[in-house]
Each structure stands twice: as C-alpha cells, then as structure tokens.
Design a protein around this ligand. Structure first.
Ligand code: ADP
Length: 304
C-alpha cells in the first residue's frame, strides 16, 4: 500500500473535521478523495503528509509512520497544492531549481532533469519565462512538473484543475494518466465528478469528516443509484410541477431542483413515451453518473 490510514481524527476548536477516517491506497493506483466544501479533504491530505498533527489514528505513507517519519516519507512524495505557490520573481527553470534544492538534490542533477520536466508540462519553450507571464493552465502544469522534481512514487494533488478552462483541464488529465501509466500513485481531491470518474480507480466520498461511500466510480454508481436518469426541464409554461405529480410513479425516485426534475429509474421507456406527448417540456435521457451519486449522498443544498 502506498498510503494506509486508520481511525484518523482531527478537531479544530472542539469541532471534529476528520472524524475517524480509514482508507488505503494501492501502489500505482489513482485514488480520489471527494466531498463537498468543508468536508475535510484538505485537512486529510495535510494529515497524511505530516503537515498537521492528528489527534489520534494511524497513518503510513510510503511505508513510513506519519507524522514521526514524515520527512523520510516526503522524499518519495510530490505535492501539487490547491493554490499555486510558485515564486513570481523567478523563471520556470529557477522555480524548479530552487524546489529541487529543498530535497537536497545537487544543482547539476536538477538541471539535468529540468528539460524533460518542462517538456512534460508542455513548457519546453518557457524555460526562461517569468511566472507572471504564464497563464493559469501553464502555472498549474509547472506546479505539477515541480512536484516531480524528486522523481516521487506518490503524487498528492489538491483540486488539480479548479479554476482552469476546459482545454487546460484536459491537458492536466492527460498528464496525470501518463504519470499513472508510468507507475506512480496519484492521490487527488476534487469536487469535479467528471474528473473523478475519468481518473480515479478507487475513491471515497467524505462528508463532515466521515467516509460515506467507497469504491470504483462504476461500483458506486451501481450500488447507490438507479442506472438511468431523465432530466425534465420546464419551458416557461409552469407545467413541471403537474407533470412530476402525475408521472412520479414512472420512476423509482424523483428529485426536483429549481427548474429541473430528475427521474431516476431502471426503465425510462414509459416516461419517455409520456414526455413525447408533453408540450412545453424539454428533456434529456442519460446514464447515471458519479455526480448523481454524489448529490444523492451529500444533498443538494449549497456548502460555501
Ligand atoms: P475541504 O478541503 O473538504 O473543503 P477542509 O479540510 O479545508 O475541507 O476544512 C474542513 C473544515 O475544517 C472547515 O470547516 C474548515 O473551516 C476547518 N478548518 C480547516 N483547517 C482549519 C484550521 N487550521 N483551523 C481551524 N479550522 C480549520
């Protein structure tokens, strides 16, 4: 196991933030830590890295007890933090160089690695560019390259694509898949369900510091939710409430959120037949996804 966590607990000001969490991450896999805002994801990552001391529980990272041997473990680990903390006064090359020195690497060894890392980040032509001249996507890719400076076995990523445009997200996903293919273990937090569904072999969903679901994306969808969804939208005629009331029995579960009703079912055909005759309602039929599971488990109310 790359990471093993058991009965982990951490409170702030008497409030439990991580409330008895246990999970394990197989070496070479991609593990997703999912949860709404404030669920305790970042705190869990910080505990696993030995950056925050737990109140109780056991953590083993890269075979080392945390926090006791955090420094030894961290030599085998790379971290992509949630907010880019590149040094704005330095160039791309200088940022990598300075970061490599934290690991006690010799300058000539770091310099030998830099071209391949910049290529990996698609920043081969930006070696001497200052950080301020980079786009958000470029900065995130440089942060990813920086996390690889010590050739780690395990890479932690805290919301790796938050704030990026679709093109930049896709490029990061490609690179993460390459890292996995190269045998690295990836541990990522995200609240993007499409990201988790794409990348994670196994994931846990946490809420209020507790694990509320665990499995592969496919397992979670199969276990927690009906396989088909029909989303019905109101086309300004105000007919949705009546339609929901009359056709509720055609689905196993119906959820209404704003202008949209979600009909979760095994066989959508009777409902689709009714919709074909329903004026003023638009609809989409699709397979259930991880977002449906997430919403079912954590609710629709906002968490800021
Ligand atoms: P997530 O990453 O899932 O959004 P966090 O782990 O950042 O959640 O935070 C979980 C909760 O713990 C939040 O309510 C946050 O305010 C609180 N918290 C996190 N770090 C601290 C801290 N250093 N001191 C006090 N409260 C904290």
């Amino acid at each position: 196991m790359a990471l093993q966590v058991s009965e982990l607990k951490k409170s702030y000001g008497g409030e439990p933030v991580v409330a008895g969490l246990s999970f394990a991450v197989a070496a070479g896999s991609c593990f997703g830590l999912l949860g709404p805002n404030g669920a305790g994801k970042t705190t869990t990552l910080r505990l696993c890295l030995g950056l925050t001391a737990p109140d109780s529980g056991r953590i083993e990272l890269a075979g080392q007890p945390i926090p006791a041997a955090a420094q030894t473990a961290r030599a085998r680990v790379g971290v992509v933090p949630q907010f880019d903390n590149l040094d704005p006064d330095f160039t791309c090359t200088e940022n990598l160089l300075v970061f490599g020195r934290y690991f006690g690497l010799a300058d000539h060894d770091i310099r030998a690695r830099i071209p391949a890392l910049l290529d990996f980040a698609s920043l081969g032509n930006k070696a001497d560019a200052r950080i301020a001249s980079l786009s958000g996507g470029m900065k995130r890719r440089l942060t990813l390259a920086r996390a690889l400076i010590n050739d780690p076995d395990i890479v932690f990523l805290d919301e790796p694509t938050t704030g990026l445009d679709p093109q930049a997200r896709h490029l990061i996903w490609e690179r993460l898949k390459q890292l996995k293919a190269a045998g690295k273990t990836l541990i990522l937090t995200t609240h993007f369900m499409d990201e988790a569904e794409r990348l994670a072999d196994t994931l846990i969903v946490i809420d209020h510091g507790r694990k509320i679901a665990e499995g592969s994306p496919r397992e979670l969808i199969a276990r927690h939710i009906e396989p088909q969804v029909v989303e019905v939208y109101d086309e300004f005629h105000g007919r949705l409430p009546e339609f929901v009331e009359n056709q509720r029995a055609l689905a196993e579960r119906v959820e209404v959120s704003g202008e949209t009703a979600f009909f979760y079912c095994h066989d959508p055909r009777p409902l689709l037949a009714r919709l074909a005759d329903a004026d003023g309602l638009r609809y989409v039929h699709r397979a259930s996804n991880l977002e449906d599971v997430f919403i079912k488990l954590t609710g629709r109310e906002l968490r800021d």
